[in-house]
Design a protein around this ligand. Structure first.
Ligand code: AMP
Length: 433
């Protein structure tokens, strides 16, 4: 075969568009965020739930709505060999609600407080902070009574999460999109208002006007902006129950000193939301990155999938976006595991075997140890330690084996001393503190 032909045959693979690898360098960020979420779940009394990555596609069609972007454009749908039509999870809330019904969680203590952390898939146009596979963490309060205190509770958790991650001064936008009673009336008013401008709207908005007028507020096209400005204000049209609910949510937030900005044009992309909706943004990164935590109330969702009317409220935050903000703001996740390791080296073949045994004993004692035992020269091993940024090395040579000791060397200062093997665990723990 000539060279050209061999070249043609060579295939290289890349991760699919919009999907990405998470490399060890980013691990401290992931760990930091997951630990913060776990800690909040513990202190607020949330139990962890995991739902399947695949669900029946109909679950999302029934809940998010056939015309939502998630269902209409972004769902990864597949047909199994058995003929089921399944979808890769594009969002968590529907699956968590399905699990609540399936496991009769309404018979357990109410409300149920559930949290999650896992991957989602949306076939969107990849751009900054927008991927086709991404990870969300979220908190949902399901069941019990319809009380504004739960809306405030989930907003407080989202706020605490950002504070915990040192993302300071986030902007909270909040709105109420009413209920079954007041929303249809408002929608009609909005349609009437926009009908007068129908010919001046973009193509997408033309469709939204007919099918989902609240989504007109989501349009980013310049030609549609002037109409948004003068659109009727939903908050003026809320029924008295929704007005009271919204007022209470805001009062609870004020009580705990969480600042917010009411934005009467804030709507969310999915059909199942009612009353409170909110989004939080990193200071100065609103346009660039989009929302960090975002969520709202979804009292009607259980009904859409065969259950009873069940009050529920929650939020989800994109983990990749949180990491982007942390990096942009130079927030260093603490607990970088690489700074807390020792590096074990050997000098000579007999020492190599004994080093293999020592490695095992140290790890059993809970010490994180790196090594490059396959390298013969001690210098090459020490260079490997340096590359990993490790400051403490152990050196095991013939003499040390004979003396049942090991050399412990500070790689920054070059100072070293010999420590007896039966004291080494204690000594390393002291030095790594
Ligand atoms: P949503 O489920 O659309 O309400 O989104 C909740 C949060 O998930 C958003 O505020 C973002 O932080 C994050 N998110 C949503 N879509 C994406 C995406 N395609 N890529 C990365 N993060 C996303």
């Amino acid at each position: 075969m000539d060279k050209e032909k061999i070249k043609e045959k060579k295939i290289t693979f890349q991760a699919p568009r919009g999907m990405h690898d998470i490399l060890p360098a980013d691990e401290p960020y992931w760990e930091r965020i997951e630990n913060a979420a776990k800690q909040l779940a513990r202190t607020y009394g949330f139990g962890r739930i995991e739902t399947p990555i695949l669900e029946f596609a109909d679950l999302y069609k029934k809940t998010a709505g056939e015309e939502s972007d998630v269902v209409e454009k972004e769902m990864y749908v597949l047909k199994t060999k058995g003929g089921d039509v399944l979808a890769l999870r594009p969002e968590y809330t529907a699956g968590v609600s399905r699990a609540y019904l399936e496991h009769a969680m309404s018979r357990m203590g109410q409300p149920q407080r559930l949290s999650y952390f896992g991957p989602l898939f949306r076939h969107e146009r990849p751009q900054l902070g927008r991927y086709r596979e991404f990870t969300q963490l979220g908190f949902e309060v399901l069941g019990g009574v319809n009380d504004a205190i739960y809306d405030a509770e989930v907003i407080t958790i989202a706020w605490d999460l950002l504070s915990e991650l040192k993302i300071k001064n986030p902007l909270i936008k909040i709105n109420s999109i009413g209920c079954r009673v007041c929303r249809p009336i408002y929608k009609k008013q909005l349609q009437n208002y926009y009908r007068n401008h129908e010919r001046e709207l973009c193509e997408d908005c033309g469709r939204r006007l007919k099918n989902n007028p609240l989504k007109l507020f989501d349009c980013k096209n310049a030609q549609c902006q002037p109409f948004k400005e003068k659109a009727p204000n939903f908050l003026d049209k809320l029924c008295s129950m929704c007005t009271t609910h919204f007022k209470e949510v805001l009062e609870y937030l004020e009580e705990v000193g969480i600042p917010y900005e009411v934005d009467h044009r804030l709507v969310r992309g999915l059909d199942y939301y009612n009353r409170t909706v909110f989004e939080m943004f990193a200071d100065g990164k609103e346009e660039e990155l989009g929302a960090l935590p975002a969520g709202g109330r979804y009292d009607y969702l259980m009904e859409m999938i065969g259950g009873h009317l069940t009050p529920a409220v929650g939020f989800a935050a994109g983990v990749e976006r949180l990491i982007m903000v942390m990096k942009a703001k130079e927030i260093v996740p603490n607990g970088n595991r690489l700074q807390k390791r020792v590096f074990l080296t050997h000098a000579g073949d007999t020492a190599k075997k004994k080093a293999f045994l020592l490695l095992r004993d140290l790890r059993k004692a809970g010490i994180a140890v790196s090594e490059a035992l396959a390298k013969e020269s001690l210098n090459a091993q020490l260079r490997a330690a340096d590359k990993e940024g490790i400051g403490l090395a152990l050196i095991l040579g013939q003499k040390e084996i004979y003396e049942k000791s090991v050399i412990i060397r500070d790689l920054k200062t070059g100072l070293q001393e010999s420590v007896l093997l039966d004291k080494i665990v204690e000594e390393i723990k002291k030095r790594l503190k």
